[in-house]
Design a protein around this ligand. Structure first.
Ligand code: KIV
Length: 292
């Protein structure tokens, strides 16, 4: 497999289960997607976390299909190598298989996504099958599933009792049986994720699920230190862009106020004789003549 080529689902399977840990990150616009791709991430998820990181909502629930399609298009327009997965937003697959299939097709056909991601098992399994029947690859998502978090008391770690761990283990296996090419495991004990990873042939991708998973995913804003407020324990910040951006903006404001910006190096010039002609016109009150 040439690394500059677009990654396919079989490439992801091979990389994940072949011992090379998969690096996945969310991105929601062209500039971040371009950077993620250039850095060499394997999978870019246009996550429904965009509801919070991009659109300023309190949860992932309000983001619409149309909004997700717009963000996915921005990402797929520029990505050359990474596999782009579109997250199906709340309401896009819960009503039934037909709706799920229709919306998955929109992500692939209208927005260029290579695959879609759905949360949960249970009823989600029939939606997964319907989408797969149409030839669209599906990524599963088990453990803490934000779209149904309120049912389980909020964004809390799951699988801390034997019964809950078993439920998640069974759900991950059911997602694999249904045909998912990979399964995200979110906010579950590392030992539970290790057992699931051992039991599955398809790669597991952890977020707050320990180091035994076949890959890891982080939200762009968490990874780069752009998130404000509570940051989950499982996040590792690789930069403090909030501070970097704030410092840059403050320096810009100070330069504008003091007239230090712009200086001559940021300004355009014109030939002296044209300037003299222009100023002479202004001085004589003459109307400027249009020149080609
Ligand atoms: O929407 C998202 O960002 C996600 C990841 C946390 C896996 O689903």
């Amino acid at each position: 497999m040439a690394h500059s080529e677009k990654l396919t689902i079989p490439d992801i399977t091979e990389l994940g289960r072949g011992g090379k840990r998969l690096a996945m990150v969310t991105a929601y616009d062209a500039s971040s997607a371009r950077l993620a791709d250039a850095a060499g991430v394997d999978i870019i998820l246009v996550g429904d976390s965009a509801a919070m990181t991009i659109l300023g909502h309190e949860s992932t629930l309000p983001v619409s299909m149309d909004e997700m399609l717009m963000l996915t298009r921005a990402v797929t327009r520029v990505v050359r190598r990474a596999l782009v997965v579109a997250d199906m937003p709340f309401g896009a697959y819960q009503p039934g298989e037909d709706e799920a299939l229709r919306n998955a097709i929109r992500f692939v056909k209208d927005a260029g996504a290579a695959a879609v991601k759905l949360e949960g098992a249970g009823r989600t399994l029939t939606r997964v099958s319907a989408i797969l029947d149409a030839g669209i690859p599906v990524m599963g998502h088990a453990g803490m599933t934000p779209q149904s978090a309120s049912l389980a008391g909020g964004y809390k770690t799951r699988g801390r009792t034997a019964a809950d761990a078993r439920r998640i283990y069974d759900e991950a296996r059911a997602l694999e049986r249904a045909g998912c090419f990979a399964v995200v495991l979110e906010a579950i004990p590392a030992r539970v994720a290790a057992h699931i990873t051992h039991a599955l042939k398809v790669p597991t991708i952890g977020i707050g699920a320990g180091g035994a998973c076949d890959g890891q995913v982080l939200v762009w804003h968490d990874l780069l230190g752009i998130t404000t407020g509570h940051v989950p324990r499982f996040v590792k910040r690789y930069a403090d862009l909030n501070q970097t951006i704030l410092d840059a903006l403050k320096a810009y404001i100070a330069d504008v106020r003091s007239s230090a910006f712009p200086d001559e190096s940021h300004a355009y010039t014109m030939p002296e004789e044209e300037l003299a002609r222009f100023e002479a016109q202004l001085a004589s009150g003459e109307r400027p003549t249009r020149r080609m």
